[in-house]
Design a binder for this molecule. Structure first.
Ligand code: ADP
Ligand code: MG
Length: 693
């Protein structure tokens, strides 16, 4: 029997450990700097470093690392041991405040989008004391932000911390109008993580999975997700053992792993944590993904976090549940029970409506990756069009407020819409809508467009920034109003009228929605290159500058890094496809056609009917020619696109030409798979990979 409370956080240098191990004054100083978001003095840092090192050594650590999140999308670490030479050839274990606060990794090999030319390749990492340090294996991990020497951001964490500050400042301005003065407002996030588990033995035989994280070939198995018997189904014992082990490892690291279940597709599962402050949720999600992969290895499994490992089978996403609350514990998206709080709720809600409508492009591009392009709009994830679900009751209420008519709520209570009577909203009359990209779910918004491998920092930077900007606008408008309530209600009406086109409570998968959305003037940014082209629009540059999240060069650098990354992914996939076609699929098909030809010629001498074999032989021969031609074309297109100097045009070319050619090649090869005998097909099939864990 495991003792969960005892296990939980046992590898984390959390508040309890700090209280136990730090001198009282150091503990107090650290806590207050964390709360105020200020930097730590060198005396405090020295004392914290010393206590942290002693604690980490007791947990088995010999090294420490500044753990950061560069623009590669994964986390980075470089291990330094604690050893320090002593006279006589001995060592002692040492760790100073300076080493805790600042690290200097060689930054030259991390993507910087041209922000940092190689002669000044230096960047540094700065301790983020708001996210706890932890021990994993033999290493003390210190969460940090990664910045260039000239102060430009090179990572995903710094802008997130900046956006949290902007959001807090803006929300505090609005709360002040309600006579509330909490210390801080923070965004909280719970991110539901989907993943696939497949046998490691079979994985090793699929070069496409190894190189690209997804299958580039594969005919649909006879049984996929048609029977819908996997969702919430009985968890197989091998998978359950994995999940139990995973939970234990995550708990040790202080991650609130809460829910586990099977997902829609065979071999697909989900893990949801309890929500936490967004920068911690971000660190935890990155950590969760890496622990998921590692634990799978121990169970002879592979955890696939790619958005679309298998064509024709549901892909994996990540739901980002987002809310904002005060340091006094009030959730600002919780419908209020009394009049005054209800006005406040309505104001925050309309701020989000304005934010999502005005910044559809930023939300959309924050989830744009080559992997996620397979999901968005494919009837398994929200469409590429960003819209919001509010539910009938809130929508009716806003509609009625806007029209100035009498409001009758779903419980039959009539309420006039004067200032004195902002109606009370009853919880849970909002029905669930699983197809909406951005759904209000009672006291939080669920952003559902994220891909499973996405670092949640960027989507949350966008939500925080967009909402902060709307709240600042509200505060500007309301701060000098004499009759605050009346002015606030008028502003709610005005904002809803202006932005209600973004509200859509219907089926987002329906074809009619595409037409309707177009009529409403909503953006429909289909692929990653198109979405990213919006990043440095003038409005966006101004928004980020206003909120002190990015300067213009940082935005452009980010856009370039993401475009470049997209091109690299497509190019690696294309080259892998060409290689597998040439080296494995065509040789297998040729072997089969030779077998068939042999059979046809021998049997026909004997006068045996060879109609069936001849038909298959012709089909295989045709497909060999088609696949060969498609492979050649893909190879040429891929090389041609590479020479394009303009990054946007290069990415567009990858999307419109290379990716399209990949689809063509795949279609021929998948047909070959259905014709070839199992023993000749060069790698495990979808059926092997998905149905036998
Ligand atoms: P679903 O029905 O989509 O599975 P759940 O109710 O199980 O949704 O919750 C999903 C996630 O939302 C969990 O990670 C949970 O911790 C998180 N969550 C719940 N309340 C909040 C909140 N106020 N703010 C942010 N996240 C929240
Ligand atoms: Mg969900």
């Amino acid at each position: 029997m495991i003792n969960v409370p005892e296990l939980f956080g046992s590898m984390v240098f959390n508040e309890h450990v700090m209280r136990d191990r730090l001198p009282k004054d150091v503990f107090a100083a650290l806590q207050s700097t964390i709360k105020a978001g200020k930097s730590v003095s060198s005396e405090v840092a020295d004392a914290v470093a010393c206590a942290m090192k002693d604690w980490a050594i007791e947990k088995g650590a010999t090294h420490y690392t500044h753990w950061f999140q560069p623009m590669t999308g994964i986390t980075a670490e470089k291990h330094d041991s604690f050893i320090d030479p002593e006279d006589g050839g001995a060592v002692i274990m040492k760790f100073s405040g300076k080493q805790l606060i600042k690290g200097e990794p060689d930054a030259s090999s991390f993507p910087s989008g041209g922000l940092r030319s190689t002669f000044e390749a230096r960047g540094y990492t700065a301790w983020d004391p708001t996210s706890y340090a932890f021990v994993k294996g033999s290493v003390l991990y210190i969460p940090t932000a990664f910045i260039s020497y000239s102060g430009q951001v090179l990572d995903k964490k710094t802008p997130l911390l900046r956006s949290m500050n902007s959001l807090s400042d803006a929300a505090l301005r609005v709360l002040k109008l309600f006579g509330k003065t909490p210390e801080r407002v923070t965004a909280s996030v719970g991110s539901e993580q989907e993943y696939f588990l497949i046998p490691r033995e079979l994985y090793k035989k699929r070069p496409d999975l190894i190189i690209t994280g997804r299958t580039l070939f594969g005919a649909k198995p006879p049984k996929g997700q048609e029977l819908e018997d996997h969702y919430f189904g009985n968890i197989k014992s091998k998978v359950l053992e994995y999940m139990e082990d995973l939970d234990r490892e995550l708990w040790k690291l202080g991650i609130y792993a809460k829910t586990r279940h099977n997902e829609v597709a065979p071999a697909q599962h989900e893990l949801a944590p309890i929500y936490a402050t967004v920068n911690i949720a971000t660190d935890h999600n990155q950590l969760t993904m890496s622990v998921m992969r590692k634990v799978a290895k121990k169970h002879d499994l592979v955890c696939l976090l790619h958005e679309k490992p298998f064509a024709g089978v549901n892909g994996s996403g990540k739901h980002n549940n987002w809310s904002i609350s005060t340091s006094d514990g009030e959730n600002l998206l919780e419908p209020g029970k009394d009049l005054k709080n209800n006005l406040q709720f309505m104001l925050f809600l309309t701020a989000v409506i304005k934010a999502v409508d005005e910044h559809q492009d930023l939300l959309r591009l924050s989830v744009a990756t080559a992997g996620n392009d397979h999901r968005l709009g494919a009837h398994e994830a929200p469409p590429a069009i960003i819209s919001m679900f509010l539910g009938d009751e809130i929508t009716d209420l806003l509609e009625t407020l806007a029209s100035g008519k009498e409001y009758k709520n779903h419980h039959g209570n009539k309420l006039s819409t004067g200032v004195e009577s902002v109606p009370v909203i009853y919880e849970d009359t909002t029905d669930r809508n699983r197809t909406s990209p951005f759904a209000f779910t009672g006291n939080k918004f669920e952003f559902r467009s994220l891909g499973s491998s996405t670092n949640i920092a960027c989507p949350n930077v966008m939500i925080n920034a967009a909402v902060a900007d709307a709240l600042n606008y509200f505060a500007d408008r309301l701060e000098n109003e004499k009759d605050f309530c009346k002015a606030a209600l008028a502003l709610i009406k005005e904002t809803y009228e202006k932005h209600k086109r973004i509200v859509f409570n219907g089926d987002n998968y329906a074809d009619e929605w595409q037409t309707e959305a177009k009529k409403r003037g909503l953006l429909d940014l289909k692929g990653t290159p198109e979405a990213l082209s919006y990043y440095d629009r003038q409005e966006n540059l101004e928004l980020f500058k206003r909120l002190k999240i990015y300067n213009n060069e940082e935005v452009r650098a980010r856009k370039d890094i993401l475009l470049e990354n997209y091109c690299k992914v497509i190019s690696i996939e294309a080259q892998t496809m060409c290689e597998i076609t040439q080296k494995q699929i065509l040789p297998a098909a040729v072997r089969f056609s030779t077998m068939l030809a042999d059979n046809v010629s021998r049997l026909s001498i004997l006068g045996v009917n060879v109609a069936a074999q001849t038909e298959v032989l012709n089909a295989v021969a045709d497909l060999i020619n088609d696949a060969y031609a498609a492979e050649k074309k893909l190879c040429e297109l891929q090389l041609a696109v590479k020479t394009e100097a303009d990054l946007q045009r290069k990415a567009d070319g990858c999307h419109d030409k290379v990716f399209a050619a990949m689809q063509d090649l795949r279609a021929y090869c998948d047909r070959l798979e259905t014709l070839l005998p199992k023993e000749l097909w060069p790698f495990p099939t979808y059926g092997d990979l998905l149905l036998y864990v």
